[in-house]
Every structure is written in structure tokens, then in C-alpha cells.
Design a protein around this ligand. Structure first.
Ligand code: ADP
Ligand code: MG
Length: 722
């Protein structure tokens, strides 16, 4: 699985670890716990840090905080008991002529220690020097016994040394219990010696040379057993701090990802599409009728979309804008351009409620312009569905809104010109293909409400162009966010009552992770009855959950919209783009159980009218550290970008993208968070290569093509990779 973006040449993923001398069943098991099954796994399993053990140093030269190898003789030893804590400490006093050091152990078996360190015994020790009351100390030093007696063959100065304790820069691997660094170093040494040199880089040499990146063979050698010492390696973000070997491995992973995306993009851009003309036939009357002016960001984005629609290759653009930034009107304008050119438009929404909501918005505007919109979801009656399908194929419907039902084969758009996909925060990347292949090659506009950090966008959506609405319509009031522990729920209820008394409305949301789980649903229903009868007895309370029939859902939504209900108790279905300006309270129960982007979506449901709004987050009793972090982020910022970035940090990119269906962000070493600079360079280079007219034919690129094929496999549905 995670081999997705590695895949070396030659294929080392078929060489098992027990082919390495010294790796028996025991060690094999330990290695597999670390996810290391093959030689390829091992090569990509990089050290956490390094230890500089090149030289044996005199003790006198070692400053506190320094780590080093010393060659010492045992002078004395003994046990000490701490007067207060009663903790036992074993001391070995050792010296090398230049100075002395107090070696300390807190965990030990005394008889064993007595035998291990006879006075006069010579050892190599390694560890961090501390200064304690003017005395040098090392706690739990690593050590190697040279000789238990006084007689010494002096190999320290002979220069030649095959100790795996000192004499080089040693890797420190992130290991598991029962596998020591010592063992690991031996294993990796063999893996690297035997296999690293056979790995060949398949990225065009010219690129590697220009960027001063060593070929992979050299890179793996350098990363596991470096010649020069690097204090820190991967923890800090800047590419400058990363060794060139590590950089090369990361670059290699990013390069092939981006190459695949670039080719996809290129593939799409070579498909003939429709070159629309902007006639203003419908867009102008609409613009004149709007009760507001488009924001600068909306106008800029619309300009970008127009450019794409006028071009002869199909548009493939992601429209990104925070909750409430006004994406719908932009999509509507784009739709009208297609319709002006005598084409039809499909609008695809992730849920029925959202499809209905879109339909209501679109058809209001279209009706005024004498155009016809229709709604097609799974719950539309058969008879009506047939009518719609008939009208659609006769070209009498200009815009069809629906759920995935409109992807079915029987839905025939004779002149599909534009597909608008509202994904909200669900990034169903794979689903995008479906409509693109319907009929002619329509333009595609994907709308998403969760801002994706740019780095992630480049990775996951690198085959799309990006438009960002980075400005909210004027007059929006920021939503005040408050966090309450469960015990203070009464205070929260009081605030809700005050709002309701002022004629406003409130959402109360429960997390139902599994709507199918009866127990959770029952809990929500029980709470609903409690809210209705005891907490808010004088107000009208409705319940909305995913198990209701669509007609029931619609009815409840309508009653809330018409202010026939004061409180809407809901499960997560509410998070999709519901627009009710009079609702000023969003109260979320067990808020820490929601993801950040969900919370952001939920909060975006209020603050849409003229009134001040409040978002009340109730923390559950069993709140986790991550949960606490998330709520704090919500309190600190309303900026969707910051929230998305925090989400990425807390959860990791896989979760954010829903990797299960995605699989693109499984890197071995590369991290789109930490290595953004390398990603940007890899992207540029990859796009350059993909743009070459001889990409599919040049013999010089043959290895590159083959690696691409191996890493992307079937996910790259390209016409031809040689
Ligand atoms: P989202 O980007 O979340 O889909 P919507 O398109 O639903 O946002 O817009 C949110 C609200 O803002 C709607 O009520 C819409 O009518 C309104 N709106 C959109 N653009 C503007 C604007 N330029 N000025 C004022 N209000 C606007
Ligand atoms: Mg919307």
C-alpha cells in the first residue's frame, strides 16, 4: 500500500529481509513490527538522528551537553542510596589520564555490575556529558568493554578499527523493543552494502545534476552511514537543513507524484473541449438583479473561470472558498455562460439536502431568466423522474441539480457543457472522473468549502487549476466562540434561551459518527425529548437526522427556515450548506468528537445575518488531548485556512483527504508539511518534463516512464506510457 510512491529500480520490494545474513525469525518479527519486510522497506527506513563517534576524545576536552566517545579505565565503583528518595544508584568512577568521569546507572542488577566493571578494566563509553558539582557525569552510558584486565592491545591509535561502537558517524534508528541500535546498525550496514549500490535513479540526470542531488544509490548510503555529521536532520522544516541524500530521496518521491499529476493534467488539456463565448445574454440581467455587488475576490475568480471556459480545452478547476464566501453565485454565473452558449449544466451535490438547497437557489434565479432547472435525487418519484429525463434529453432542461444519481447512465445530457461539483469538505477525488466522460467533454468546476492548504492542494489536486475566494461578503459579523465543559451546560442553555426570546433561532448539534448505530441515534432522540419538554418547554423544537425520509427532512428544514421552529436539533446532516440568516446560535454537543473542518462548517451556519452570533462548543467529559487542541483552535481563529492547516497538523494529511479512497499521500520519507520547498521544486521540474513533446518517445526518458508506470500503476489512466 504505502509502496505507492516509492518503487525502486531494480525492484527491491521482492527481496525479503531474511535474505540478509544475521536476520533470523526473531529479528524478522521485530522488523515486521516496524513495517520492514523487504530490503526496499529497510532502505526507506531512515535514521532519526546520528551520533558522531568518529574520534576518541580526551575527557578534559568534553564540555557539558556534548556527546562523545571516550576511552577510560575503571578506577572505582560502588552503590549509593539517595537519602530522601531511597533510590539506588550505581557509580563507576573512570578516567583517561586527562580527566575523570562518574558513570551512573539507575536501573541495574548489582552482582552483574560488580562483575562487569572490575577495577582496572578498559572500556569505550559513549554518552552525554553533564556537570554535577564540578564533576563530569554520564548517565547510563553506552559502553564497549575493551579488556577486563590491565593489559591493553592499543588499537585506539592504530587508525584501523572495525568496532561498531566507534570510528564513524553512527545512525540512530527509531526502533522497537528487543531490537538494539547495535543490532540494527549491523543489519542496515549489510542491507546498504549489499543493495544500495544497485539502485539507480530514474529521474533525468540533467535535473539531478542541476539541483545537486546525488543519485539514489549514493543517497541511501549517505543517509544511513553519512560521512559528514549533521546535528539535526528532519525535524526542522527548511530544506537547507536536510542532507543532500535525504533531499534526493524526498525529491524522488515528490517528483513521480507530480509527474503523474502533470501528465493527467496534460492529458486533459489535449482533449478537445468547448470554447464558449461570453455573450452576457443571461449573466448581465442576473448581475443587475442581485441585491449586492460581487466582492473583488468573486469577480477575480469569475474572470479565471471565464478564461478557462473560453479556451478550447476543457476547464478543470477547483473553486475554493470559505464557508459563506459566496461560491454559489459564482457557480451560477459560470452556469449561465454555458447556457448562453446553448449548453446544459449539471450540478452535483454530496447529499440530498444540499442538492435540494442548491436547486432552490438556482431555480429561483433561472426562473426569472426564463430558464428551466430541475432536481434529480434518489428519492424523486419514478414518474417525475421519467419526465425529467425526457425533458433533459429533449434539451428543455438547462440545469439539472442532483446527487450521484445524475451520474447514472440513463441520465442523458445531449449537450452537457459544464459540470459543477459541490464537494463541500468531502474530497472525492476519484469520483470526479464519472461526469467528465459523459457526452462531450464538459468543463468541470469543483467547489470546496474547506480550504486546502496550498501544499496539500498541489499534491492531491495537482491536476486541477485553483481559484480562491479569499474574502467574505461585507457586513459579516464574526461569530463568538465559547467552550463549555459539560458541567456548565446550564449556562449555555441560558444563553440559548436569551437568543430565542429575542426572536432568533438556534441549532443544537449532536455528533453521530455512525448514523446507522441505533444506540447513538437513540441517545440523540432521548436528548431531543429532554430539550423539548424540560429545557426549552416554551419553544418549538424539531429533530433532524439522517434516518428520516427525505420528505420528512425537507419538511423540518422548511419549518425551521420559515421560523415555525425555534430550535433545530440535528445530527451531522446539518453541516452541509444550509443558509438561515435568522439562526444566531450554534450549540455543539460533544464538540471534541468532531473534526476541525466539520466544526468550522457547523460554525459557518451562523453569523449569516445582521445579528451577532455565537457558537457554543460543549466539551465531553472524556475529552482527549487532540480534542482539546481542536476546540482551542476553533476559539482562536475563524480563518478557514488556519483551521485547515491545524487540522492537517493534528490529523495528518491522510485523514484530511480521506486517504482510504485516495492513496496519493502515502510517502515513505517525504512529508508535504515539512518539505514544502522540495515539493514545489519537484513539481516544477516534473511539469517541465511532462510538457516535453517527446515525453512518450524519448529513449532517454525510458527509465523515467517505467518508474512512473510502476509507482502509479492503474491510477494513471493515461493514453500511453511507453
Ligand atoms: P458558500 O460559499 O458557503 O456556498 P453561499 O454561496 O451560500 O456561500 O453564500 C452565502 C451567503 O452570502 C448567501 O446568502 C449569498 O446570497 C450571500 N452572498 C454571496 N455573495 C455576496 C456578496 N458579494 N455580497 C453580499 N452577500 C453575498
Ligand atoms: Mg454553498
Amino acid at each position: 500500500m504505502s509502496a505507492a510512491l516509492s518503487g525502486l529500480n531494480p525492484d527491491l520490494s521482492s527481496i525479503p529481509m531474511d535474505s540478509i545474513p544475521g536476520v533470523g525469525p526473531q529479528i524478522l518479527l521485530k522488523l515486521s513490527k516496524l513495517g520492514i519486510r523487504t530490503v526496499e522497506d529497510a532502505l526507506y527506513f531512515l535514521p532519526l538522528r546520528y551520533e558522531d563517534r568518529r574520534n576518541i576524545r580526551p575527557l578534559a576536552s568534553a564540555l557539558p551537553g556534548e556527546r562523545g566517545v571516550f576511552r577510560v579505565e575503571v578506577l572505582a565503583k560502588g552503590e549509593n542510596v539517595h537519602p530522601r528518595t531511597r533510590k539506588r544508584i550505581f557509580h563507576v568512577l573512570a578516567g583517561d589520564g586527562s580527566g575523570k568521569v562518574d558513570l551512573k546507572w539507575f536501573h541495574y542488577r548489582r552482582p552483574w555490575m560488580e562483575k562487569e566493571f572490575p577495577v582496572g578494566c578498559h572500556l569505550h563509553i559513549f554518552g552525554e556529558i553533564k556537570l554535577f558539582g564540578g564533576v563530569r557525569q554520564i548517565e547510563h552510558p553506552e559502553y564497549e568493554i575493551i579488556s577486563k584486565t590491565n593489559s591493553l592491545g592499543d588499537n585506539a591509535s592504530s587508525g584501523c578499527n572495525d568496532s561498531d561502537f566507534w570510528g564513524g558517524i553512527l545512525p540512530v534508528y527509531p526502533l522497537t523493543e528487543g531490537l538494539s541500535q547495535k543490532m540494527a546498525r549491523r543489519i542496515w550496514k549489510k542491507v546498504v552494502e549489499k543493495h544500495a549500490s544497485s539502485v539507480s535513479s530514474t529521474i533525468p540526470v540533467e535535473i539531478l545534476r542541476r539541483l545537486q542531488l546525488p543519485p539514489l544509490a549514493e543517497a541511501f548510503l549517505e543517509v544511513h552511514f553519512p560521512k559528514t555529521f549533521q546535528k539535526s536532520i528532519s525535524s526542522s522544516e527548511m530544506a537547507g537543513d536536510i542532507s543532500s541524500g535525504r533531499k534526493s530521496i524526498i525529491f524522488d518521491e515528490f517528483f513521480y507524484l507530480e509527474l503523474g499529476l502533470a501528465l493527467k493534467k496534460r492529458d486533459i488539456s489535449q482533449i478537445p473541449g468547448n470554447a464558449f463565448q461570453v455573450t452576457h445574454l443571461y449573466t448581465k440581467p442576473l448581475a443587475e438583479k442581485l441585491p449586492y455587488r460581487l466582492t473583488t475576490a468573486q469577480r477575480r475568480v469569475l474572470g479565471e473561470i471565464k478564461q478557462d471556459m473560453m479556451a478550447s480545452s476543457p476547464m478543470n478547476r477547483l473553486l475554493q472558498g470559505d464557508v459563506g464566501s459566496g461560491k454559489t453565485i459564482v457557480a451560477l454565473m459560470a452556469a449561465l455562460i454555458a447556457i448562453e452558449n446553448n449548453f446544459q449544466v449539471a450540478v452535483l451535490a454530496p447529499t440530498e439536502i444540499l442538492a435540494e438547497q442548491h436547486f432552490l437557489q438556482f431555480h429561483r434565479y433561472l426562473d426569472d431568466l426564463g430558464l428551466k432547472a430541475a432536481l434529480l435525487t434518489g428519492s424523486i418519484a419514478k414518474r417525475e423522474k421519467e419526465n425529467i429525463l425526457g425533458d433533459l434529453s429533449a434539451g428543455r432542461i438547462h440545469l439539472l441539480v442532483g446527487t450521484h444519481a445524475i451520474l447514472e447512465d440513463e441520465v442523458d445530457f445531449p449537450r452537457l457543457g459544464l459540470v459543477v461539483i459541490d464537494e463541500q469538505h468531502r474530497f472525492g477525488v476519484l469520483q470526479r472522473g464519472g461526469l467528465r466522460n459523459k457526452g462531450t467533454h464538459p468543463d468541470t468546476l469543483v467547489m470546496t468549502a474547506t480550504p486546502i492548504p496550498r501544499s496539500l492542494f498541489m499534491t492531491a489536486y495537482g491536476d486541477l487549476s485553483l481559484s480562491i475566494i479569499d474574502e467574505l461578503p461585507p457586513g459579516r459579523k464574526p461569530v463568538k466562540t465559547m467552550i463549555f465543559p459539560v458541567g456548565h451546560r446550564e449556562t449555555a442553555y441560558r444563553m440559548v434561551r436569551e437568543e430565542l426570546a429575542g426572536g432568533r433561532q438556534a441549532f443544537v448539534v449532536y455528533p453521530l459518527i455512525e448514523e446507522s448505530q441505533n444506540s447513538e441515534l437513540q441517545a440523540a432522540e432521548k436528548d431531543f425529548i429532554l430539550l423539548k419538554n424540560e429545557i426549552f418547554p416554551t419553544f418549538r423544537v424539531g429533530l433532524l437526522h439522517g434516518r428520516l425520509k427525505p420528505a420528512e427532512k425537507e419538511d423540518i428544514m422548511k419549518r425551521f427556515r420559515d421560523h415555525d421552529l425555534d430550535i433545530l436539533v440535528a445530527t451531522t446532516v446539518i453541516e452541509v450548506g444550509i443558509d438561515i440568516p435568522n439562526a444566531t446560535v450554534m450549540m455543539v454537543e460533544n464538540a471534541d468528537r468532531f473534526g476541525l473542518s466539520q466544526l468550522h462548517q457547523l460554525r459557518g451556519r451562523v453569523g449569516r445575518g445582521r445579528q451577532e452570533s455565537v457558537c457554543i462548543l460543549i466539551a465531553s467529559r472524556s475529552i482527549s488531548d487532540d480534542g482539546r487542541k481542536r476546540l482551542q483552535v476553533m476559539k482562536e481563529t475563524a480563518d478557514g485556512f488556519r483551521i485547515a492547516e491545524a487540522d492537517l497538523e493534528i490529523r495528518g494529511p491522510g485523514e484530511l483527504l480521506g486517504t482510504r479512497q485516495h492513496g496519493l499521500v502515502d510517502f515513505r520519507v517525504a512529508s508535504i508539511l515539512k518539505h514544502q520547498e522540495i515539493l514545489a521544486i519537484a513539481r516544477e521540474e516534473a511539469f517541465q518534463v511532462a510538457g516535453r513533446s517527446d515525453f512518450f518517445t524519448s529513449p532517454e526518458l525510458e527509465k523515467t516512464r517505467r518508474t512512473l508506470q510502476r509507482r502509479w500503476g492503474t491510477r494513471l489512466e493515461l493514453a500511453a506510457i511507453g
